[in-house]
Write a protein of this length. Structure first.
Length: 184
């Protein structure tokens, strides 16, 4: 085997490796999407279990205590999921460490009893629309968005929405900006 033949074989192997890496990266991103969908489904089910136990959905009411801040959704739902990884999207390369609001500002770090509560998801639980039923009782509209994941936007240009009725929707971003009310 001559040097030229050896270089040609190495070049062919490099091209094949480059093509297979592209496929592997796309497969990994698809797996992240599937795992994130499962996480959102578990969170929506946890909301329903919380609602069965307490008679209301877990509305965020942060309370400053000597141990830190308590009352965020991930803290209220943790007893129903018992797994911190459910609150982290696998496509979130920061591991829930660093999130940004719609305005591009960093979202708060939540510390309580020495534990940092991380999350990748945006919560719309405080903004769900309720319908009035007889005698002053209320009920959440089935299509209300409870959770949203925007970590798949760079690869697939989609948001994942966890709705109250248990539907996990893959939705394109709203046309003309980031107005999340358009998802309703």
């Amino acid at each position: 085997m001559t040097l030229v033949e050896l270089l040609i074989v190495i070049a062919i192997i490099a091209v094949m490796a480059g093509l297979s890496m592209s496929v592997l990266i796309k497969t990994r991103q698809r797996a992240y999407l599937v795992t994130c969908t499962g996480n959102l489904r578990q969170l929506v089910q946890a909301v329903h279990m919380y609602e069965d136990d307490w008679g209301t959905i877990p509305i965020v009411r942060p309370l400053e205590t000597q141990e830190g801040t308590f009352g965020f959704v991930e803290q209220l739902l943790y007893p129903y999921v018992r797994n911190d990884s459910v609150f982290i999207c696998p496509a979130d390369f920061t591991g829930g460490e660093l999130s940004y609001s719609e305005d591009g500002l960093p979202i708060r770090k939540v510390l309580w009893q020495g534990k940092e509560w991380k999350t990748s998801y945006l919560y719309f639980i405080n903004f769900v629309t309720v319908e009035m039923y007889g005698k002053g009782s209320t009920r959440v509209k089935p299509n209300s968005v409870l959770f949203m994941c925007c970590w798949h936007l760079p690869h697939y240009r989609v948001y994942l929405l966890g709705r109250y009725d248990g539907v996990i929707e893959i939705a394109p971003p709203p046309i003309g900006g980031r107005n999340l009310v358009e998802f309703e």
